[in-house]
Design a protein around this ligand. Sequence first.
Ligand SMILES: Nc1ncnc2c1ncn2[C@@H]1O[C@H](COP(=O)(O)OP(=O)(O)OP(=O)(O)O)[C@@H](O)[C@H]1O
Length: 473
Amino acid sequence: MTEEPPRNAMDTDGADAGQGLWQACVEQLAQDLPEQQFNTWIKPLTAQVAPDFSKITLLVANRFKLDWIRAQYAGRISALLEALYGQPITLELALAQREAVTRTYVRPVASEPTPSAEPPPSNGGGEDATPGVFRTRLNAALTFETLVEGTANRMARSAAMHVAGSPGHLYNPLFIYGGVGLGKTHLMHAVGNRLLADRPDAKVLYIHAEQFVSDVVKAYQRRTFDEFKERYHSLDLLLIDDVQFFANKDRTQEEFFNAFEALLAKKSHIVMTSDTYPKGLANIHDRLVSRFDSGLTVALEPPELEMRVAILINKARAEGAEMPEEVAFFVAKNVRSNVRELEGALRKILAYSRFNQKEVSIQLAREALRDLLSIQNRQISVENIQKTVADYYKIKVADMYSKKRPASIARPRQIAMYLAKELTQKSLPEIGELFGGRDHTTVLHAVRKIAGERQQLTELNQQLHVLEQTLKG
Ligand SMILES: Nc1ncnc2c1ncn2[C@@H]1O[C@H](COP(=O)(O)OP(=O)(O)OP(=O)(O)O)[C@@H](O)[C@H]1O
């Protein structure tokens, strides 16, 4: 039995309350989803709810359905359960008869497709291949049209569009790097989808680096390297995600090197993504790293405020909801790190609005995101910023208040002032006071300077991104 009674939808304890929570979720989904989708995927599910509400296990009839529900609906169900219950609940999916496959839903899958009535293509290459049929593994929802453009992705987007329009020529390979949830996977799928729209016969494959590793292992075990080569070396466009996963996998690196050379020799295009630039990759052979860097390497930056606002408004619209601009600004100011987190915040707000049958407003967003906002408010103080920045740049915290002026100290101090203005509600004079009694014009100068440089200098922008992530915990 739970010590703390479940909130909102439930007013009883134990199993009944658990089923009540699930029922409330199902009812909401029945309203949100097209009838056919709801009847096919959601209605047949049964739920087991842990007595303390820490976990909900959904029982699914077969593995195919399980994978599809995980990819298409788990994010939405998870957010809805959290909105209804008032705190996170672990969502698991298991096979109904024999709980052989149990998969915990942790976070939205990188390329999580938007719900659609269509089941996933079941033809394909690799393990689940139907002989003679080629599967691209592309997600049709991830296109250039659904990708919001901003300063943060302008260069990567335009390079990707160029590749899609004229593969095999400039920018080969195209290497896209950046932090989590910034749109690398989306951009890759967009290239593949655009090329296929222009040339439906093109052989395009999207694959995550881990899947490539697994294909190499299988080819090795089964001695099917000829098939493996035939599969990879015959592509027109290879989109390979998260190549940092090749680290320390020598055999995979060798096979990837061979595929790389073969594809480039026949003027096929390769697009790769990674969490860092090629020379920053650890435990990858030099000859591969230099190949990765031999075309065009572009970074995806964290989206700027206006871009975050546009993303929220667009995504709300795609969900059939309207998000007023002032609400989008409020959310975008509070959720800064990446697009995936923005999507999570949006899902919470929409679920909260639907469940409570209230219009989307700043007040409603504040309530729906209360946990997130309270974590931020609790953690981010000017003192915390000063300490984090001092640690990061390896200076003393006391230098934040001192009158010392060498650049090695003055610059981190300006960065800390900028972050204090960005991440706290403090006024310029208050911040000046906390930095050793400095004048507010000094703070204003620092804030403007760092904000301006952030737009120009990739390295500074990334450092600020890391600091922001650290401060938000
Ligand atoms: N500019 C954008 N406009 C609209 N949606 C975006 C944009 N950038 C990212 N997204 C969305 O944000 C989510 C996360 O993006 P994506 O999975 O491409 O990130 P990623 O950089 O590949 O992250 P990871 O490294 O964690 O795999 C996706 O749902 C994607 O569609």
